[in-house]
Ligand binder design. Structure first.
Ligand code: CP
Length: 306
């Protein structure tokens, strides 16, 4: 089987069969990661450019490791320290790197639409590693893989995305994919952090975190994104923690069997208390491990596609 597109730009218009293919392929690569020699020759001879215009720890390292596990050659670009700082344009930067012969570009950019823009002037296969507030498809796929690893098929499972939905690319990608896979999706947060017409995407809205905890199987808790103006949506962080912060007392009062995810990085003591961030309900580091397998699957499926 093959993916229907040469790129992974987002999960809004991807067929559900493609999502299942990526999740199933990731299972095979997850097993490779448990072997003593965690490497396969699949992408030998292919060159991957990691084009990062925005900060990243997990996504960038995870992609780089996935590329190395598949035996691809990798080159890494970050905005800081590059000639962008001398005034070189985005397009000139990319065209110069591409003339070194690149097959796949993994791109993160602060502006929505940059991965799509790249498809207009390059022959390379494009993977979106997060574009502005738009989408972060590989994060949503690793979230979904991690939920299914613990709870089985998502169909009918109740998944609530908590926090700063308005500024979040992770939320949108999760909503699109969870809906396609038959989960019951909701969001929870202050009125100012929930987009006005979010219900059009088929999600339920909570403004009460205790109710969200008691009625859902999974909470995917997002970071308050102070760098994306989230600070203007709430009076202060102390108040956010008081009304929406997840702590053990709150979980145990409402629902003992809940599964907690967080894409990272965490604002410890704000959206998650430290006892939850390190405690028995969360699978945060499992998400990171599964992220390598998901990214291997996507690189493999695109890299071997004609
Ligand atoms: N979850 C995530 O995208 O983390 P990074 O910003 O560290 O890549």
């Amino acid at each position: 089987m093959a993916l229907s597109s040469n790129h992974l730009l987002g999960l809004y218009d991807i067929p559900v069969e493609d999502i299942r293919l990526i999740l199933d392929t990731a299972k095979t690569f997850r097993e490779v990661l448990e072997r003593q020699i965690k490497k396969v020759p699949t992408l030998q001879g292919q060159t991957v450019l990691n084009l990062f215009f925005e900060a990243s720890t997990r996504t960038r390292l995870s992609f780089e490791l996935a590329e190395k596990r598949l035996s691809a050659d990798t080159i890494n670009f970050s905005k800081s320290g590059s000639s962008v700082q001398k005034g070189e344009t985005f397009k000139d930067t990319v065209n110069n790197i591409l003339s070194m012969k690149v097959d796949i570009i993994v791109v993160r950019h602060e502006s929505a639409g940059v991965p799509q823009f790249l498809t207009r002037f390059t022959e390379a296969k494009i993977i979106n590693a997060g574009d502005g507030r738009h989408e972060h498809p590989t994060q949503a796929l690793l979230d979904i893989y991690s939920i299914e690893e613990k709870l089985g098929d998502l169909k009918g499972k109740k998944v609530c995305i908590v926090g700063d939905i308005a500024h979040s690319r992770v939320a949108l990608s999760n909503i699109f994919a969870l809906n396609k896979l038959g989960a019951k999706v909701s969001v929870c947060g202050p009125l100012t952090m929930i987009p006005l017409e979010i219900q059009k995407f088929g999600v339920k809205v909570y403004h009460n975190i205790d109710k969200a905890i008691s009625e859902n199987d999974v909470l995917n808790v997002l970071r308050i994104q102070l760098e994306r103006e989230a600070g203007f949506s709430i009076p202060n962080l102390r108040e956010y923690r008081e009304y929406f912060g997840i702590n053990t007392e709150r979980i145990e009062k409402n629902n003992k069997d809940i599964l907690i995810l967080h894409p990272g990085p965490i604002n410890r003591g704000i959206e998650l208390s430290s006892d939850v961030a390190d405690g028995p309900y969360q699978i945060i580091l499992d998400q990171v491990t599964n992220g390598v397998a998901i990214r291997m699957a996507i690189l493999y499926l695109l890299g071997t596609k004609n």
